[in-house]
Design a protein around this ligand. Structure first.
Ligand SMILES: Cc1cc2nc3c(=O)[nH]c(=O)nc-3n(C[C@H](O)[C@H](O)[C@H](O)COP(=O)(O)OP(=O)(O)OC[C@H]3O[C@@H](n4cnc5c(N)ncnc54)[C@H](O)[C@@H]3O)c2cc1C
Length: 425
């Protein structure tokens, strides 16, 4: 079988490239190792699929391929991405922090739109969708001017086809979320072609902590400013929802800090500690909070400490903060001494948790690291093999939480599809 284009991976980048390359008249085959395509897309944004973000800047991207990504976005930026989705029948609805979702708020409608487009191309015999087909070998044949791909069924190891293609798109994604197809295949294929691959670690994941108070806080959610510290040095502050679990800080706020926490954990010196501190009283400075609490406690007749605080931040958080300060929740609020009041105000301004590790790849959303940018030549073409194109998460590029990863998956697919039609014309 000889094709114009073989695409490895039926995630967002591979699917979009397959639609556009085949629409440009290129005979395209898409290999997907799972029994269906777009599984991460289906799970994205808790089933809502956060496709993009209106607050776009390269500050939201990290990794050696950020320079290449910037050039891709210069051509296929937010407007081109939105136009692509509109052409697919997917309009945006914008929610908090500029996050763009399909108007249906259903990831399935995004996957179905892509599947419809693929079906049209299959009917025109321009596209072959090969499911349960893991690409296990990739080599360039100079004499044939074509790549040779070895393909096998990942479930039974049965050797299937060998495919020849004039161009290959490596869109095999990252290692995160193995239940949804995350794996290291793409990195292994890249290494077999002597392309450099960086160390990998998870991101957009929970922050693990062994703080004993997490047991009582598990299940509590709150939206407050969250600050990441290396010892006493502030590294990053964001305001978003945090969810306590028995062994971690989770929720969008914690996930958003995980890339930066991962950097600190990776580079920390012996004895250095990493903390996340919650500001439970953002309206007040510590001094103003002291004054406010003092008047509040004096004004609340017959209130104990728990009663005086729970209207502010809920019962469980109040109990946890009081315990940290060694204050008995049954103690009369108007009898609290100045020293304890000062301690309480300080604790509420910086309710702190030491972060010991990141969660594993199993429950992470993205991979930090990947195929190093030094392997890229012009744009997303490989330097060594100009007909090999690298797109999406397999590259050493990760975006922040909030739609940035799907934005790059889409932009890279638009760029690659355009390059394919120019290069193979
Ligand atoms: C739970 C979850 C929620 C997320 N939510 C969001 C969100 O709301 N917004 C956002 O921007 N990002 C989100 N992300 C991240 C985003 O989904 C990914 O960054 C994006 O899907 C990457 O696209 P990709 O095409 O590069 O890779 P993927 O979508 O991972 O697709 C790669 C595909 O390649 C296949 N494959 C791998 N190896 C082979 C092989 N050897 N042969 C054949 N096929 C192979 C895999 O099975 C997979 O289907 C989320 C991720 C997860 C896990």
């Amino acid at each position: 079988m000889r094709m114009d284009v073989a695409i490895i991976g039926g995630g967002s980048c591979g699917l979009i490239t397959a639609c556009l390359a085949s629409q440009a008249g290129l005979k395209t085959i898409l290999f997907e190792k799972q029994d269906r395509v777009g599984r991460k897309l289906l799970a994205a944004g808790n089933g809502w699929c956060n496709l993009a973000n209106q607050d776009f800047s390269m500050d939201h991207y990290h990794g050696s391929a950020a320079g290449a990504a910037e050039k891709v976005f210069e051509v296929y930026g937010a407007e081109a991405i939105e136009a692509f989705w509109r052409d697919m029948g997917i309009e945006y609805a914008v929610r908090e922090n500029g996050r763009c979702y399909p108007r249906s708020f259903q990831a399935a409608s995004v996957v179905n739109a892509l599947r419809r487009a693929l079906r049209c191309q299959e009917k025109k015999n321009l596209l072959t969708l090969s499911l349960e087909s893991a690409v296990t070998g990739l080599s360039w044949n100079e004499a044939e001017q074509a790549f040779s791909l070895k393909v096998q069924n990942p479930n039974n190891g049965v050797k299937g086809q060998t495919c020849q293609a004039r161009a290959v798109v490596l869109a095999s994604g990252g290692k995160a979320s193995p239940m949804l197809g995350g794996c290291e295949d793409g990195y292994a294929l890249a290494k077999s072609l002597h392309l450099p691959v960086t160390d990998l670690r998870p991101a957009i994941c929970r922050l693990m902590s062994d703080d004993p108070q997490l047991k009582m806080l598990a299940g509590v959610r709150t939206t407050v400013p969250l600050s990441l510290y290396k010892d006493n040095t502030l590294v990053k502050t964001i305001t978003d929802e945090i969810l306590f679990t028995k062994e971690s800080l989770s929720g969008p706020g914690a996930l958003a800090l995980s890339f930066h926490a991962g950097e600190l954990l990776k580079n920390r010196q012996a004895g250095e500690k990493i903390f996340v501190k919650l500001d439970l009283a953002e309206e007040y400075s510590q001094g103003a909070l002291f004054a406010y609490l003092s008047s509040r406690f004096a004004a609340l007749e017959d209130a104990n400490m728990l009663e005086a605080l729970e209207g502010w931040m809920g019962r469980t958080l109040s109990l946890a903060v009081l315990k940290r300060c060694g204050i008995n929740p049954n103690e009369a609020a108007d009898a609290l001494g100045k020293k304890k009041l000062g301690q309480l105000a300080a604790e509420m301004k910086a309710f702190s948790f030491e972060i010991k590790a990141l969660d594993s790849f199993k429950d992470a959303q993205v991979t930090v690291g990947g195929i190093h940018a030094s392997s890229l030549g012009d744009g997303l073409r490989s330097k060594k093999y100009p007909r090999l194109y690298l797109g999406g998460e397999v590259l050493d590029l990760n975006g922040d939480c909030g739609g940035y990863n799907l934005m790059f998956a889409c932009a890279s697919a638009l760029w690659i599809a355009n390059a394919l039609s120019a290069d193979l014309a």
